[in-house]
Design a protein around this ligand. Sequence first.
Ligand code: ZN
Length: 201
Amino acid sequence: MKKIYIISIIIISIFIISVVITLNFTKSENENNKQEEITNTQISEIIEDECTEEYLQEKEITPVVSEPEKISINAQLILKKYFSQCDHTINEYTEIPEECVNMTKEELQEQYPDWEVIGFEPNKVTLYKEFDDTCGEHFKLKIEDGKINIYLINKDGTESLYEKTNISSEYLTETDLININEEGLEIYGKEELNKTIEDFE
Ligand SMILES: [Zn+2]
């Protein structure tokens, strides 16, 4: 009888201990889950905050970047003309017309639909156009009556007198004389013409 009593006490106490352990275990698992949930919520909140900040920053920068450049009152206008028949490009430098001051690139392009705006800075604007023509700056130097005369070569290949100079052929070097010879010396461009004439003087 005593033995049975002791055994039953042991069994009951084992049962109680196991119940207590199980309860404790379940409790702590629940707490762990709760903590994880809290951590997840915090992380997702932080990410949303960062996104919102970046979004706001982008919105603030955009208007500054899209501010269009406009032509200033002192701007230089360059007309770049390409002549397909002689493959020459001529640049003409002028002041910007008054009506173009404060125009944006798009407004300028609308103003000159035949030209292409290839350069646009507030102080320098470049327009480009192609012509099915010769550039009209083909010259020829000839020695006539001991003096140098300048001829303009026309589109049809004929020559017309452009300017008579007072440069005497007797002061030219032998090399210059060989260059000019009987056929004449062809020169392209007004700049090059002026340079050559200065060298002869
Ligand atoms: Zn040409």
